[in-house]
Structure formats: C-alpha cells, structure tokens
Design a protein around this ligand. Structure first.
Ligand code: PMP
Length: 412
C-alpha cells in the first residue's frame, strides 16, 4: 500500500498560508470522506485516465477532477487547439470571435438551446439561470429538490450555514425527488409567486443512492411548469455531456427552458455555459452579469475541440457501456466476498455503496483500500468516466477492487 509523506508535508505548509489548507470537499474534512491516512492530498502530474500524487503514487482516476476530465487528462487534440489559440490571444480588451464559433456549436449540439451565454463556474450559470427566471417572471420563489447542490452562492446554501442570511434563502422552497404530487401542491399553494424550478437531471446527491427519474416524471414537471408559468432550469453541470451530447433534458425526453453546463465542456479548461430558449433571450441579455475571465479565448478553443471529439467518439454511449461493465464487475466481485455492493445512478456517473453496514464505515474502508492500491474511487459521491479509459484499465480496476473487498471482508 502507498504512503503519502510528501503530501502530508505539503499539507502542513498549506495550513499555515491557506485557510483549512485545502478548502472545501477536496480537503481532509473530518467525517466526510475517507480518512486522511488513506489518501494523498496533492497531485503532481496527470495523463489520460491517470494521475500521480506528490509521492509519485499512480492512480487510475474515477473522479476525473470531479468531472472536467471527460476525454483524458492532457488530451492531445484539445491541448493542441488550446496552444494554437494561446499563440494568437487569450484575455483581450474585446472578445475573440471564437466565442461565436463555440456558441454556434452549442446551439447546433444542444437540442433545447437557441443561444449560449458563457461564464467560468457551474455556480455562475445556476445563479444566472435563477436571475433570468426572476427577471422574466417578476416572481421571487424558487423550488428546489431536497438534497440539492447548485454551487455555493448564498441563494444555494442553507440557513444554518455560516455567513448565510435569512434573506438569502427566504424564497427557497423544496420538494422530494420524483414527487410530482408535491410539486403540483407547491405550485398551487404559491400560485403566481414561483419563478423557477431548478433540478439536476436525476438525483445524484451525496451520501445516498442516486435515483433516476421515474417514468413520465420529467414530462410531468414540464407540464406543471408550463401550466404555472414557471421557468424550468436543469442543472446539467455534473451530468452534462456524459449522458447525451444534446443535453440531459433531451436524454430524458423534454426540453428545459435553461440548461446549466460546466465541468466536461472543455476537458479541464475553465469554462461554463448557460443555454436557453428563444423566449428568454431578451431577459438574459438585460441582466448585469459578467466577469474578468469570462470571455477568455483559450477555453473556447478547448471547448470546441472537446465537443467535436466527444461527438466523434459518441462518448455518452461509450460511458454507458464502460460504466455498466465496470459496475457489474464490482457488484459480482463484492458478492464473491459475501458483500452487497449497490451501484446506482447512470452508469456514466455511477454511485457505489456497500450496503452491509449502515454507518458507511465499511464502504469507506473499502474505498481506502482501493485508493492505497492505485484505484481512485471516492466514498459518498458519484464517480466520473473519461474516454481514455481502456479495457485493460477496467480489468486492473476490478483486480484491485477485488483485493480490497477481500481485505474488508476479512476484517469484518
Ligand atoms: N451544480 C451541480 C450539480 C454541481 O455538481 C456543481 C459542482 N459540483 C455545481 C452546480 C457548481 O459548479 P461549480 O463548482 O463549477 O461552481
């Protein structure tokens, strides 16, 4: 098993100059992810489906930078496009026309898109979507799905989180996932007050088995939103480009009014996009919303190359096949050691849980044993696939996972 001396040393330095050392969920948050001694904290290099930590340990990576790595780290085609654009220009006083090229590509690719608006982070686009809905409807309330995550802007947080005002979340309502009756009741109770319904395409929350939409669910949501004049926002930041290149709304048979994209849009180059329907074009154009780096040209070039490559590969079909093979193999391997592994969500973004222990400790220990042997799974969060993953990689993953199941089954 691996050791992480250099990572820990760097973390001690980090703690002196960066609040929390590594802020947010990638840090060794107490009680959240696998124990600190089981995984490294800093990487040093990445290529294809792998990265290396500061101590030189190599990982087959099923987190893909939490999503952006969709083609493989350092994809040669994307990086060449980015280098060509770097040689020309990046952040300049006025935008490069490559922004228009990418917007045209998105409008051609995403079924529900009549326009595209660019920003940097997923949270920029969810905030823009909610502002657009409020400006278009002149209503205040937003309906969420319980367990939601749409970024870190104050309106997406909870009242008991530090720094959040009552006013920030005063207009938030929530309904359970897959519950059309609750949605209808909420729309009726607050008739004329609801600007938007915002949801991910399926329930890919943390710490819980992920849930797909029930038959007819999205069609029902679409109908209720139309009846009540509510803007339907789909947050495709996490699942976007991995289920369907035409959008996850299209994947589940509807058209959203607004679609939020980020993560996989540029294979790691910093970019996000809100796309939307004609009826909201004037509203989005009327908002005060911009940023210093939002029109930088290099990520636009990278994104054009990424989307083109995803289309050539039919990446969503590949992810479905590889994700199904891998999760079936893991479930079978667990069973061989007398353990019940539950794989949920879409195969492209599979979520894993060893069901034999409600405390989730057993699952965390298994993940730790995988990480220490070079397979980077994570506990309590969905995983991500990238197109550079080979059958040999999947076989190696299954071998290591099997060894790790053996370790935790024996301990148990
Ligand atoms: N929505 C969803 C569904 C996400 O998964 C994320 C990021 N994990 C966000 C929004 C926020 O995106 P970002 O961190 O790029 O602001």
């Amino acid at each position: 098993p691996f050791t992480y001396a250099k990572s820990l040393e760097a973390f001690e330095r980090a703690r002196r100059v960066i609040p929390a050392g590594i802020p947010g969920h990638q840090g060794p948050t107490e009680g959240c992810y696998i124990p600190r001694d089981a995984y490294p904290l800093f990487s040093s290099r990445a290529e294809g489906s792998r990265f290396w930590d500061l101590d030189g340990n190599e990982y087959l990576d099923y987190m893909c930078g939490y999503g952006p790595n969709v083609l493989g780290y350092g994809d040669p085609v994307v990086d060449a496009a980015a280098r060509r654009q770097t040689a020309l220009e990046d952040v300049v006083t006025i935008p490069s026309s490559i922004m228009v090229d990418l917007a045209e590509l998105l409008v051609d690719t995403v079924a529900s898109a009549d326009w595209a608006f660019f920003a940097k982070n997923g949270g920029d686009t969810t905030t823009l979507a909610v502002m657009t809905a409020r400006a278009a409807t002149l209503r205040k309330k937003v309906v969420f799905v319980k367990g939601y995550y749409h970024g870190v802007a104050p309106w997406t947080q909870k009242l008991d989180y530090p720094g959040v005002l009552e006013e920030d979340v005063a207009h938030n309502l929530s309904v359970p996932w897959n519950d059309l009756d609750a949605l209808e009741a909420t729309f009726r109770e607050h008739r004329g007050e609801i600007a938007a319904f915002i949801s991910t395409p399926y329930m890919h929350g943390n710490f819980v088995d992920n849930e797909l939409p029930a038959e007819g669910y999205w069609q029902g949501v679409r109908r209720l939103c139309d009846e009540h004049g509510v803007v339907l926002i789909m947050d495709d930041v996490r699942a976007g480009w991995r289920l369907d290149l035409a959008g996850s709304d299209r994947h589940y048979g509807i058209e959203a009014d607004l679609l939020c994209f980020c993560k996989a849009i540029g294979n790691g180059y910093n970019l996000a996009a809100l796309t939307g329907r004609e009826s909201l074009r004037e509203t989005v154009a009327s908002l005060t919303y911009t940023g210093s780096y939002w029109m930088s040209a290099v990520p636009f070039a990278a994104s054009i190359a990424t989307i083109t490559r995803l289309k050539e590969l039919d990446a969503p079909a590949m992810f479905r096949r590889v994700g199904s093979e891998l999760t079936a193999g893991l479930v079978e391997s667990a069973a061989g050691h007398g353990l019940t592994l539950v794989a949920s969500g879409e195969p492209a973004l599979f979520y894993l849980r060893i069901a034999d222990d409600d405390s989730l400790d057993l699952h965390q220990r298994w993940v730790a044993e995988c990480v220490k042997r070079g397979v980077w799974f994570t506990s309590h969060h969905n995983h991500f696939l990238n197109a550079s993953l080979t059958s040999a990689d999947v076989r190696r993953t299954l071998e290591i996972a099997d060894e790790a199941f053996g370790v935790v089954a024996r301990e148990r």
